[in-house]
Design a protein around this ligand. Sequence first.
Ligand code: IBG
Length: 222
Amino acid sequence: MSGKPKLHYFNGRGRMEPIRWLLAAAGVEFEESFIGKKEDLTKLQNDGSLLFQQVPMVEIDGMKLVQTRAIMNYIAMKYNLYGKDLKERALIDMYVEGLFDLNELLIMHVLQPADQKEQHFANMMDKAENRYFPVFEKVLKDHGKDFLVGNQLSKADVQLLEVILMAEEYKPDILAKFPLLQSFKARISNIPTIKKFLQPGSQRKPPTRPEDIAEAIKIFRS
Ligand code: IBG
């Protein structure tokens, strides 16, 4: 065994992408085993590898971890991306849960039926611009530091950058009203491990195309 974490998911963003981001930010090399057809998922389910019969699943340190947030918490704890005390951790948890809510809107957009796409788009942009991004702009303004919590990189920074970039794919000028988020984006993107992940050829996945999601639905809908 190589000792590298092994990620089991389809070859697309979905619920695994924040995990890929976090490992990359921590400078951890990882392997991926892609679920390309229903039988690949069934095999994992039948051999008892998936606690709740679902992926993402990550093999790490002799465990088979499932549940996105549990996996992220383990990685964040292990690589010191989870604050230095209980209060910092509570802040990181709040920020990250808000970011998961916005992330959910963004990743679900491609799944919307044609007649609901426009309304869904308007709602997700409204939530990004008027609910979530103002919070992070204010956090950075109030403490004047480079990172969201405790003046050191945490999983909250990594997830915020991921969500900003995803939102920009839908609306390139989405940060127009948020100068501190613009400089945050430039700063965090420049951290060597993250810079590397942002370069072509990394394990970062491209935007999910409707045809990819159609394939994924065939695999994951039971
Ligand atoms: N709470 C779990 C987590 O966060 O890990 C949910 C995991 C989940 O929904 N897994 C799906 C699955 O394994 C695949 S991701 N389904 C099989 C089953 O039998 O339940 C589904 C998904 C895609 C794209 I594809 C966007 C969002 C979700």
